[in-house]
Design a protein around this ligand. Structure first.
Ligand code: TRP
Length: 335
């Protein structure tokens, strides 16, 4: 990982449920493609996950499953770093220090905090509030150049840049200021039943709204068959056709074809045939991942080895930044 001039990309996903097709097309698939050009660090953000109440056994299992899934989509733990956030102590340590460089006024503006406190009104804990600070620490510990973020995390990356800039202006150049990484291609995938809203893994009100990466092929096909469309019966993009546009986007994303190509391909198709083709394309993309996942998740020893080795590599880098930070703020330095 060291010794070359490649930039560092950092990203993380919370182990809070099986990732959706939206998570896959919007994030994971891109992560895989970043591996040639960048030095990548990918984490399971389980410390973020406990800002809402979790079942401990399930959380532990999901964390291992998320690492197994990273491996299944082709993230390479030999060339890159794949690890679990809580395995690297530096995250907790830097989060405290950065808390002291973050204003409540800044945190009060975070829209995700406002949304989540409305949703979990019985558990508006301080962790939920300082969540963006923990996230800033993730990114800054590794001197990351770039962070791929979706629209919902943009504000968190901005506050990360502000915190880093503030710290640097007091103590000199301690942190690299990260830039957002905007993928060249990749559409926002919307819900199948509610195509006005992002397809989200935590959106469990309607089972048919979300495709999960590990859904059985016939389940995937059925969900797509039931996707909301419109009464116009023409397969084309249109602002008045959010359901069909979303299915076209899904098709383009999984096949790698351009939106225009995909639209042309289905000219004259009925909705039934079109949905069938989309279903097949999605199944074709996910099946190899699912069979790899079966293998990896059956080999707990291997997955845990990846986790342990990843944590060691991550801790080595994180520690360097953390030591510098502790020295700067005036904590003891021993000879
Ligand atoms: N908060 C992010 C999410 O829920 C996950 C995350 C944690 C993250 N730390 C990060 C993403 C650092 C990018 C960089 O999607």
């Amino acid at each position: 990982m060291s010794g070359d001039n490649k930039k560092i990309i950092y990203s993380a996903m919370q182990p809070s449920g099986i990732p959706s097709l939206g998570n896959y097309l919007g994030a994971l698939k891109n992560w895989k493609n970043l591996q040639d050009e960048y030095n990548c660090i990918f984490a399971a953000a389980n410390m973020h996950a406990i800002t809402v109440r979790q079942d401990p056994t399930e959380l532990r299992q999901r964390t291992r499953d998320l690492i197994a899934l990273f491996l299944s989509i082709g993230l390479d733990p030999e060339k890159h770093i794949i690890y679990v956030q809580s395995d690297v102590k530096a995250h907790a340590e830097i989060a405290w220090i950065l808390n002291c460089f973050t204003y409540m006024g800044e945190l009060n503006r975070m829209t995700q905090f406002k949304d989540k406190s409305a949703k979990h009104a019985d558990n508006i804990n301080a962790g939920l509030y300082t969540y963006p600070v923990l996230m800033a620490g993730d990114i800054l510990l590794y001197q990351s150049d770039l962070v791929p973020v979706g629209a919902d995390q943009k504000q968190h990356l901005e506050i990360c840049r502000d915190i880093a800039g503030r710290f640097n202006s007091v103590y000199g150049n301690v942190f690299k200021i990260p830039d957002p990484y905007i993928p060249k291609a990749g559409a926002r995938i919307m819900g199948l039943q509610n195509p006005e809203k992002k397809m989200s893994k935590s959106e469990s009100d309607n089972m048919n709204n979300v495709i999960y990466i590990l859904d059985e092929p016939n389940v995937i096909k059925n969900k797509i068959k039931r996707a909301v469309t419109d009464s116009d019966a023409e397969v084309r993009y249109g602002e008045d056709k959010p359901g069909i546009s979303n299915l076209l986007n899904i098709y383009s994303s999984v096949t790698g074809k351009s939106p225009e190509e995909s639209e042309a391909e289905f000219k004259g198709f009925g909705y039934g045939e079109f949905k069938e083709a989309v279903g097949e394309a999605v199944v074709k993309e996910l099946e190899p991942i699912q069979s790899k996942f079966k293998e990896y998740s059956a080999d707990r020893a291997y997955v845990e080895k990846v986790m342990k080795e990843g944590a060691e590599k991550a801790a080595y880098i994180a520690q360097k930044t953390l030591s510098k930070v502790k020295k700067k703020v005036g904590f003891p330095v021993y000879k």
